[in-house]
Each structure stands twice: as structure tokens, then as C-alpha cells.
Design a protein around this ligand. Structure first.
Ligand code: NAD
Length: 451
């Protein structure tokens, strides 16, 4: 059993702290938000993550998991402190490190014994050294410490499973001894451990996310070409994915990536490259293609609505940036909702868990009780998030409820043949054989520009 402190009780910090407690360690999670800590003390996770509430309760009952706003209390006996605070995008796309700086300064002030500081937040290359400098400068009196980079690769929606079953654990440090202690912490996971230096560990995280984002933009570019040439991107992706050199994951054509990681991480890597005199043309293209997929949705809705969205009622199915989370950060659904509103459309939405967050983020977003109420109140439906419950809807009933049965499927969850059979006017991403599309899914002549 080790004593561990975790700074930040967001998606990463709370999963990390809870999983380490579940592995038998004594963990104290810290947050600067009293509201979050009070919720946690009352047995309520401030975020939605499948299985998290139950795992927190089990470990609190077992006396292994604690919550506080007080760093000194959390660090009292801790051998390790994980920094899991947010690193959002700054104005020029750079990672905003204000929360990391604040955490490092507080760690320095509250240190009473040597400690290993582990950066789990996604931070620009060089941040580990910067954090070490901040701690050295902020310590009331000199005390030994080490900085280790151990980036997080879990996915929201399956964070607990991913944490317990990682493909690899990346550990980078200038101190071999500290790196080995962090590796020991992870031994029960029986995962491959990649030991490297600080800067390389930080770069592995950015390169991994940028690669996955590139795969998504790649298949979306192929999808747009498929629409023009009469091919079906779903079958193209399947045919490609069987090739082990390519792999099937992240080849789902759709409205593009969102969430709290890919958009900001690709931008931050691009920013790092530009600042250091490099020309990240691939990253730029990845970002452009991703943005164009939001416009693809607006273009298709406008086109199917007869050329104007003014006064039209658009129902958005799914508001979270992906299924199984309530996270709406950089969600395609919300970006598209704002674009539709700016063209005069009335936008309503339904999501199994993200509606409270979404209604705070988008003014005048109407909410529906369920997909059927949404259909009844909409002139056209747009599928933005591939929640399982949307895949099994009674589509016949949806068709009956809608005045004009228009569906734009931004996640390719429905079978086009079935949609046409039911009488829908239906478009999907990169699937060209819509009867009304003349082999072009209605976007021929746009050159991929959806204005
Ligand atoms: P989040 O915004 O959900 O949570 C951050 C938490 O840190 C908040 O609760 C905030 O109140 C708290 N905080 C801010 N400053 C603090 C301080 N000085 N001391 C203590 N707590 C403080 O963020 P997140 O999604 O958990 O992401 C955290 C980091 O992990 C980011 O760098 C992100 O890029 C990275 N990451 C996230 C994911 C993911 O799935 N969300 C996956 C991998 C990596």
C-alpha cells in the first residue's frame, strides 16, 4: 500500500485516484473547487463516468479514498502526488498552463518531506522541467523532489476499464529511481511499461492523440470523396481496417472529433511546432477537415430544408461529444447547434446524460424528454452522437411523428436502405447511393466546401 495524493478531481484525476485506491493504495484527491469536494464527500461524483460512483463508494467505505481542498492535508504522508488539472487551449491554440503552475506552486509550499511529483495532465514538451523550476523557486526551504511524466491515455466513457487495462504506461523522468517507483505503482496492472526521458514521454502523448485525430480526419476526407464518386465509406473503412498495418479503430466517418483532448492537443502540438520554426502542414489539414465536417452537417440540413434554415426546427440527437459521457467540451453537436442558430434555425436537442451541461453552454437550446418528442417537434433530425439507445429507436414511429421525415445521420448509425424503405429523406456521411442524391449525396459541386 502506498500513500498517494491526486490534484484535480476531473475526468482524469477522479478516475486515477479511484483506481489507485481500488488497487489497495491510500489515496487523497484534492480539488480547488469546494463544490466538487462537497459532492464527493456526499458520495456523488461531479462527472458522469460509467461505474465511477460505485467504485468511489466501495473505496470510501474501505477507508482508502478521501477528498479534500487542502493540499497540506493530502500531502501529509504522501509519497507521490499526481497532477491531473486541466490544460485547456489558450488564445493562440497553446496549452494554457495556469492550473499546472498553481498546482506546482501549492505542492512546493506544502511539501514537508521528499515527494515524487507526477504530471498526468497533457502538457507541452518541456513542462516537466518547467514544473521542477517552479517547485524549486516556490519552496519555503530546499527539499528533495523528483518530477515524472506519466501521461494519461484513458477514454472518457470507459476510463475505469482503460485505466485498469492500459495498452502501455509511459513513464519519463530525469531520475531513474523516481521513474522506477512510479513503475512499481503500476505493476499490478501487468501492462507494458515504456521508460523514457521527460520530454519524450510528453511528446508520446501529443503524437498519439494527433495520430488518432489524423485517422479520423483521413477517413472523413475519404468520405467526402466517396460521396462524389459513388462509393460507400463504411465498406471502404471496413476493407481498410482488416489490414493489420492500418487497423479498424478510429476509421468511423462522421462529424469529426471533439471533446476535451483531441481538439486542444492537436492545436497545442501545432502551436509548439510553429513556435519552434517547424511547418506542421499535416496537423493544419487535420484541423481544417475536422471543422469542415461540422459545416457538412449544416450544408446538408440547409440543402434538404430547401435552401434556407431560417425558422426551421432542427432536432439534434446526442449532445455529448461522444457516447457514455456527459462531457460537452468541443462537442460537434453544440458547435453545429450554434451554427444552425446563427442561420435562424430553432434548435432542440436530446441526450441521455449531457442535457444539463448542454443547456448551460448553448443559450436558447430547447430540450426534449426523449427522441420521440424531439422528432415530433422537428422539421429535420441530425444525429450527432452515436448513443446505443439511438441505434434501436422505433424508426417507423419517428417517421410518423415528423412532418417532413428528414434525417441527416452524422454518425452513420442507420442502414440507408432501411431508412429509404421507411420513407425517410436520409443522408449519411460518405454514403453516396441516396435515391435523391444522383450518386453524390446531394453535395456534388461543393468541392468539399460547405458554405
Ligand atoms: P477536468 O477539467 O475535468 O478536471 C480538472 C480538475 O482540476 C477540475 O476539477 C478543477 O477544479 C481542478 N483544478 C484546477 N486547478 C487545480 C489546482 N491547482 N489544484 C487542484 N485541482 C485543480 O480535466 P480532465 O478532463 O480531467 O483533464 C485533465 C488533464 O488530463 C488535461 O491535461 C487533459 O488534457 C488530460 N487528459 C484528459 C483525458 C480525458 O479523457 N478527459 C484523457 C487523457 C488526458
Amino acid at each position: 500500500m502506498k500513500n498517494i495524493a491526486v490534484a484535480g478531481t476531473g475526468y482524469v484525476g477522479l478516475s486515477t485516484g479511484t483506481c489507485f485506491a481500488d488497487m489497495g493504495n491510500r489515496v487523497t484527491c484534492i480539488d480547488i473547487s469546494e463544490e466538487k469536494i462537497n459532492m464527493l464527500r456526499n458520495g456523488q461524483a461531479p462527472i458522469y463516468e460509467p461505474g465511477l460512483n460505485e467504485m468511489i463508494a466501495r473505496n470510501v467505505r474501505g477507508g482508502r479514498l478521501h477528498f479534500t481542498t487542502d493540499y497540506a492535508e493530502a500531502m501529509q504522508d504522501a509519497e507521490f502526488i499526481f497532477i491531473c488539472v486541466g490544460t485547456p487551449s489558450g488564445v493562440d491554440g497553446e496549452a494554457d498552463l495556469q492550473y499546472v503552475r498553481m498546482a506546482a506552486e501549492t505542492v512546493a509550499r506544502c511539501m514537508t518531506h521528499p515527494i515524487i511529483v507526477i504530471n498526468k495532465s497533457t502538457v507541452p514538451v518541456g513542462t516537466g522541467d518547467w514544473v521542477a523550476d517552479i517547485i524549486k523557486r516556490s519552496q519555503p526551504e530546499p527539499m528533495e523532489f523528483s518530477v515524472v511524466s506519466c501521461p494519461e491515455f484513458t477514454r472518457e466513457g470507459s476510463a475505469l476499464y482503460d485505466f485498469m487495462n492500459p495498452d502501455r504506461v509511459v513513464i519519463g523522468s530525469r531520475s531513474r529511481e523516481a521513474a522506477e517507483k512510479v513503475a512499481q505503482l503500476h505493476l499490478p496492472l501487468r501492462a507494458r511499461i515504456v521508460m523514457t526521458d521527460l520530454r519524450t514521454a510528453e511528446m508520446i502523448k501529443y503524437a498519439s492523440n494527433a495520430f488518432l485525430a489524423t485517422k479520423i480526419s483521413f477517413i472523413n476526407e475519404i468520405a467526402v470523396i466517396c460521396e462524389k464518386l459513388g462509393a460507400d465509406v463504411e465498406e471502404v473503412a471496413q476493407g481498410m481496417g482488416f489490414d493489420r498495418r492500418i487497423g479498424a479503430q478510429f476509421l468511423n466517418a462522421g462529424l469529426g472529433y471533439g471533446g476535451s483532448c483531441f481538439p486542444k492537443d492537436v492545436k497545442a502540438l501545432q502551436h509548439m511546432a510553429l513556435v519552434h520554426g517547424s511547418h506542421p502542414s499535416l496537423l493544419r489539414a487535420v484541423i481544417d477537415i475536422n471543422r469542415d465536417m461540422r459545416r457538412w452537417a449544416v450544408f446538408n440540413l440547409r440543402d434538404m430544408a430547401g435552401g434556407s434554415l431560417d425558422g426551421k426546427r432542427i432536432g439534434v440527437l446526442g449532445l455529448a461529444f461522444k457516447p457514455n459521457t456527459d462531457d460537452i467540451r468541443e462537442s460537434p453537436a453544440l458547435e453545429i447547434a450554434r451554427m444552425l442558430q446563427s442561420e435562424g434555425a430553432h434548435v432542440a436537442g436530446y441526450d441521455p446524460v449531457a442535457m444539463p451541461n448542454a443547456s448551460r453552454a448553448v443559450p436558447n437550446l430547447h430540450l426534449a424528454e426523449d427522441p420521440y418528442e424531439l422528432a415530433e417537434k422537428s422539421d429535420a433530425l441530425l444525429v450527432c452522437t452515436e448513443w446505443n439507445e439511438f441505434k434501436q429507436l422505433d424508426l417507423g414511429r419517428i417517421k410518423e411523428l415528423m412532418k417532413k421525415p428528414i434525417v441527416v445521420d452524422g454518425r452513420n448509425i442507420y442502414d440507408p436502405a432501411k431508412m429509404y424503405e421507411l420513407g425517410f429523406r436520409y443522408r449519411a456521411v460518405g454514403r453516396s447511393y441516396a435515391p435523391e442524391s444522383n450518386g453524390s449525396n446531394g453535395v456534388n459541386g461543393t468541392n468539399g466546401k460547405y458554405d
